[in-house]
Design a protein around this ligand. Structure first.
Ligand code: NDP
Length: 254
């Protein structure tokens, strides 16, 4: 059955787990060929096998997007394989929490590298292809969805540098949205609240106990599929409709 994304190609960064993996599955279900980008190749290969078994088309691209050459190479591999790129989901990210006083600056570097620089490198490399898809593609529109966060809207103690990166993603997204509006490349942010993934697990138990709101442990949080559903909503709107911002929260998260 023809679906809204049939004939289109999507690239999802951070597709080896959590929100990225769920988004890749969802976009494939909508008919897109999906390029899976991350560092853990074994995970990507397992996901590719699963999507292909369900009738989808995939490309596994092992890349560390904090390296500009690898980010550019990832985009080029996708265009070489599929001949086009219609949808970019900048999802790869890292959240390392802790006070600014006495912080490990290397943790800041890692967060800034993936949440900001990786997103910029991938976006820059993808833009010529997205612009071409918007001119010549089957839908005459292309999409960038940047996975920001509730932490891109509201700052919290102990989240400082993560807040910095996600506020930055929001500002960059809106600027790029305005730059590309007339050219039919839609650019939007999706800001999730708490989602059950591996993200928080990169912090020590002590940091988690101190800084992750204990309420999160008592409420029903979102699943990665809930966010994938939001991404699919954004990229399947009619050509005239751009979702600039989508804020998805667990119902019980205050
Ligand atoms: P996960 O830790 O499950 O996934 C993060 C993904 O990013 C992995 O696939 C990882 O793959 C990839 N990644 C990390 N560094 C790099 C790199 N250098 N190059 C390429 N890929 C990289 O977390 P989530 O699914 O939760 O996170 C996805 C996004 O959602 C992030 O941007 C996060 O900030 C955001 N978010 C998450 C929320 C949550 O509650 N979970 C809430 C709000 C926003 P690999 O290690 O294989 O490279």
């Amino acid at each position: 059955m023809a679906s809204k994304l049939t004939g289109t190609v999507a690239l999802v960064t951070g597709a080896s787990s959590g929100i990225g993996a769920a988004t890749a599955r969802e976009l494939a279900e909508h008919g897109a060929s999906v390029a899976l980008v991350a560092r853990r190749k074994d995970r990507l290969e397992d996901l590719a096998a699963e999507i292909e078994k369900a009738g989808g088309t995939t490309l596994v691209v092992e890349a560390d997007i904090t390296d500009r050459n690898q980010a550019e190479g990832a985009v080029e591999q996708v265009v070489e394989r599929f001949g086009r790129l219609d949808t970019l989901v900048n999802n790869a990210g890292l959240m390392l929490l802790g006070p600014v006083v006495g912080a490990d600056a290397e943790e800041w570097d890692r967060m800034i590298a993936v949440n900001l620089q990786g997103l910029l490198y991938t976006t820059r490399a993808a833009l010529p292809h997205l612009l071409q898809a918007a001119e010549q593609g089957p839908r005459q529109v292309a999409d960038i969805v940047n996975i920001s966060s509730q932490a891109g809207r509201v700052a919290s103690k102990g989240y400082g540098v993560y807040n910095l990166t996600k506020f930055g993603v929001n500002g960059f997204t809106e600027s790029l949205r305005q730059e590309l509006a007339q050219r039919h490349v839609r650019v939007g942010v999706l800001e999730p609240g708490a989602v059950e993934t591996e993200l928080v697990g990169h912090n020590t138990p002590e940091v988690r106990d101190e800084l992750v709101d204990p309420v999160i442990g008592r409420i029903e949080v979102l699943t990665a599929d809930d966010i994938a559903d939001g991404v699919a909503y954004m990229v399947t709107r009619p050509r005239r409709t751009a979702i600039g911002e989508l804020w998805i929260m667990p119902t019980e998260q205050g």
